[in-house]
Ligand binder design. Structure first.
Ligand code: DX5
Ligand code: ZN
Length: 243
C-alpha cells in the first residue's frame, strides 16, 4: 500500500514518461470520514458504521483557535478503546506544541496540528515521530504553503483545509485548488510519499476536483454521516476516485 514507485523503472528525460512516473508516485486514495457530524452520544456505534474507512478523522476544537468546541483527550482515549481503525486527529486548538504529543501518547496513528497555531512546527513534528505517531500539518484556506516548503520533509501528511475550520457542512472552497496543485508539485519533488489531505465540503460533487488538483486523502463529514448507510457513502466516493 502506497509504496513509492521504483525510479529505475521509469525512463528519464521524456515528459510523457515523467507524467506517468508522477502518477506512479501517487499514493492510493484514502477516505477518512469525520465524526464531527456523528451522534456524539453514541460514538462507538457511529464509528462501527464506517468500518470500511481508511481512518477515523477526529476534529478536536477548543473554542479559541476556532469558534467551536468539540472533544478532547478523555473522549479520544475512549474512542481509542472502541476501534482498531487508525485515528487521524485534527487539532483545531491553540498550543498544539503542548497538546499534540499527548494524543500521540494515547496511541493515535496520526496527529495534525495547524501551522497557524504551532510555535515550533519542526520540533513538534519530531516529537510526534518520537512518540511513533505520524506528523501532519494543516493550513487554513488563506495560509500559503510557500513558507513551509523547506520543512515538508518533516511531515507525513499536509492537510489543506478546503473550508474555514470550525464547522461541518460548509461549501468547498475552489480557491484552494491552485495551492493543492503547488503542494502536489512540492510533494512529488520529494518523492511523493507525503499524503495530501483535503478537509471541508468534500462530497460526490467536489471530490474529483480535489483529486485532480493532487489530493490523495479525503476527509468527508456530512457526506458520509448524512447518508443512511455511511459505509455505502464511502464506497460511492471510492468508486468516483477509481474512474
Ligand atoms: C471542519 C472539520 C472537518 C469537518 C468536515 O473544520 O475540520 O473535518 O468535519 O465536514 P464536512 O465534510 O461536512 O465539510
Ligand atoms: Zn477536520
Amino acid at each position: 500500500m502506497n509504496t513509492p514507485a521504483d525510479p529505475a523503472a521509469s525512463p528519464a528525460a521524456d515528459p510523457a514518461s515523467d507524467l506517468a512516473a508522477d502518477a506512479q508516485h501517487r499514493r492510493s486514495p484514502c477516505i477518512h470520514p469525520s465524526i464531527l457530524n456523528a451522534d456524539f452520544a453514541n460514538l462507538a456505534r457511529e464509528i462501527s458504521r464506517i468500518s470500511t474507512a481508511d481512518a477515523v478523522h477526529v476534529d478536536v476544537m477548543d473554542n479559541h483557535f476556532v469558534p467551536n468546541l468539540t472533544l478532547g483527550l478523555p473522549v479520544v482515549e475512549s474512542i481509542r478503546k472502541t476501534t482498531d481503525l487508525p485515528l487521524d486527529i485534527h487539532l483545531m486548538i491553540e498550543d498544539p506544541d503542548i497538546w499534540a504529543p499527548q494524543y500521540a501518547e494515547l496511541g493515535c496513528e496520526s496527529v495534525t496540528f495547524h501551522a497557524e497555531a504551532a510555535k515550533a512546527p519542526v520540533r513538534l513534528a519530531r516529537e510526534l515521530h518520537a512518540q511513533q505517531a505520524q506528523a501532519a500539518m494543516a493550513l487554513k484556506p488563506a495560509t500559503g504553503i510557500e513558507p513551509y516548503l523547506d520543512m515538508l520533509g518533516e511531515l507525513d501528511m499536509l492537510l489543506m483545509m478546503t473550508v474555514e475550520p470550525g464547522f461541518g457542512g460548509q461549501a468547498f472552497l475552489d480557491l484552494v485548488l491552485p495551492k493543492i496543485r503547488r503542494a502536489r508539485r512540492a510533494v512529488d519533488d520529494l518523492g511523493g510519499e507525503i499524503a495530501i489531505q483535503v478537509d471541508g465540503g468534500i462530497n460526490a460533487e467536489t471530490i474529483l476536483r480535489a483529486a485532480d488538483a493532487g489530493a490523495d486523502t479525503f476527509v468527508a463529514g456530512s457526506a458520509v454521516y448524512s447518508a443512511e448507510d455511511p459505509d455505502a457513502a464511502i464506497a460511492d466516493l471510492r468508486a468516483l476516485l477509481a474512474r
